[in-house]
Design a protein around this ligand. Sequence first.
Ligand SMILES: Cc1cc2nc3c(=O)[nH]c(=O)nc-3n(C[C@H](O)[C@H](O)[C@H](O)COP(=O)(O)O)c2cc1C
Length: 358
Amino acid sequence: MINQFTDNQNGEKKRSFRPTQLRIGEVCVNFPVVPAPMAGVTDKPYRDIVRQFGVEPTFTEMVSSEALIRKNCKTFELFNTAREEWPLVVQIFGSKPDVLANAAKIVENEGAAIIDINAGCPVKKIVRQGAGAALLKTPNTLANIITEVKRTVKLPVTLKIRSGWDKNTINAVEISKLAEDSGIDAITLHPRTATQLFGGHADWNIIKQVRKHVKLPVIGNGDIKTPEDALRMFKSTGCHAIMIGRASIGNPWIFEQIRTFFIKNEYQKPGLEEIELTGITHFEKVLEFYGPRGLPYAKTVLIRYVKYLPKARESRNTIYSLNSPEDIERFWREYFSWLKQRRNQQQLEEENIESNCS
Ligand SMILES: Cc1cc2nc3c(=O)[nH]c(=O)nc-3n(C[C@H](O)[C@H](O)[C@H](O)COP(=O)(O)O)c2cc1C
């Protein structure tokens, strides 16, 4: 990590922050701020959108190793564009070392750049199978999984964990050391326990502890909502990279804002024109990828872009009520035209106030 002093326009000294690029196997992460794997969110359309903002690598959502070895078609849809999307990280979950190893081989053959093993998902139907965060309770199984997967594929293999199963069994440091000894190539930590789900706060101090105890690249994750949070995560934990999940939903600008903030100490919010275009592009990409069956999901995607805009609730209800992509696109244009008119009107009023005051 490099801290530099730069002069801004006023001749003041401002500190810029340049995180060191990260290498995981063949994959060079030039700017180590990456999107998180998120089920129901980080599909190909989402990945295409964030890649437009210079984000690399991108992650799939978690993919079932059992479904993969049964050659389930829907499961392949989650990552079968890996070659054109290189470098794509495909995350797999399961509890059986041989099944995960076979699944990893399939993923490698499809052109993934990195395989990520999920040992953090707290969802009941996953942990009931002994997978996801349940692996934090069975370190030997986890070590066997890592060893088997590493033995089977040539690709780098990374691991994503939570801080432990519950507040009485926080073991992220032990798990990270064991993963390092088993040959893992990098580790992502979301420092909440599994029983915490998304409650409370992510305890970044645990990221700092893991960073201290292993030589592996450590990717810090959890509760980064703004560029200021991103900087704080790097500085307070010493992590090599950061990962952003929820704050990027309907807000792919967060990645660009972080990059700008690190250099200039300031960043801009996206303009209405950018939100209009990016939202509708994402909507169209969803329809292109899933076909007409994707319409209900495409509506959800679009709505995420207007969460904080005026009349968000009304526009959400209208979008849900419309039944054709054409009607939705027409409404989108009209809604943004109204927003832009409103903005221009406000600007005019502000200018008038200023000129009257001077
Ligand atoms: C809708 C949703 C789906 C998620 N799916 C996955 C997943 O498939 N695999 C995974 O490792 N984590 C998953 N996560 C957890 C995120 O990767 C991330 O660890 C968590 O959201 C904390 O980061 P954030 O505070 O930046 O959102 C999911 C989170 C959300 C909100």
